[in-house]
Design a protein around this ligand. Structure first.
Ligand SMILES: N[C@@H](CCC(=O)N[C@@H](CS)C(=O)NCC(=O)O)C(=O)O
Length: 232
């Protein structure tokens, strides 16, 4: 069965979605080939068949799955003969807890550090949509939301402490090799790394070394992605 992966893209086909990276790493982990369909912020009719408006989406034969965690769970079940994303039922539960933690507690702390930089990486035809939708969400301009980011950094770094405590003692959350639990927070770090030159963690932070290890995982698929911030 051929998988089609619908991933978000910005300017110059840049793929920086944190959720898209979770799926991209999951597909690489499973060693699955796929056809790629890039979807811009204003091009969502491409995923109308999924019955919702967010990417990532995958289509695998007759099966359509949206939401990055649901996609990981689907891939785990449908491709049980490939390397496991969760390790066990217990691992799946722990990964889901981390997914909720990153979505609800970490992502909201990253957005005010980089959102105006992300805007610079969005394609011209999507800029109005991105600005209007995000400014409505945040209740202020992108620039005001990102202002004073140096002062907001400490809260973000503190929120990483639960993961830092793990990866200072072992290479990955998953142990000696990465699992889906790693890809969840990695997606957020990769989002910032690709769209902004703002330094989220110091180079001596164990989180920095962990990100570096994930950039090398699966043939370096994450490191190969061009840094949109440099061309924006
Ligand atoms: N819970 C979803 C969230 C997906 C999501 O928010 N995707 C963003 C891209 S990062 C999106 O499609 N945004 C479209 C928009 O803002 O119009 C997941 O884990 O996949």
């Amino acid at each position: 069965m051929a998988i089609t992966f619908y991933d978000l893209c910005g300017k110059d086909r840049a793929r920086f979605s944190p959720y898209g990276w979770r799926t991209r790493m999951a597909l690489a982990h499973k060693g699955l080939d796929y056809a790629l369909e890039l979807v811009t912020f204003t091009d969502k009719e491409k995923i109308a068949f999924s019955g919702q408006k967010l990417v990532p989406v995958i289509r695998d034969g007759e099966t359509v799955v949206s939401d990055s965690f649901a996609i990981a769970a689907y891939l785990e079940d449908a491709y049980g003969d490939r390397p496991s994303l969760f390790g066990s039922a217990e691992g799946r539960g722990m990964a889901k807890a981390l997914n909720g933690y990153v979505d609800r507690m970490v992502q909201p702390l990253i957005a005010p550090l980089i959102v105006a930089d992300v805007f610079a990486c969005v394609g011209e035809t999507c800029k109005d949509y991105f600005r209007t939708s995000r400014e409505q969400r945040f209740g202020m301009t992108l620039e005001a939301f990102q202002a004073g980011r140096d002062e907001k950094l400490a809260a973000f770094r503190t929120a990483l402490e639960p993961v830092r405590l793990v990866v200072k003692d072992q290479p990955f959350i998953g142990g000696v090799a990465p699992t889906y639990a790693d890809y969840i927070l990695f997606g957020s770090m990769q989002w910032a790394r690709l769209t902004s030159t703002f330094r989220l963690v110091e180079s001596d932070d164990p989180i920095h070394a962990w990100v570096d290890r994930l950039l090398d995982a699966h043939g370096g698929v994450a490191r190969e992605e061009p840094i949109a911030a440099q061309v924006a």
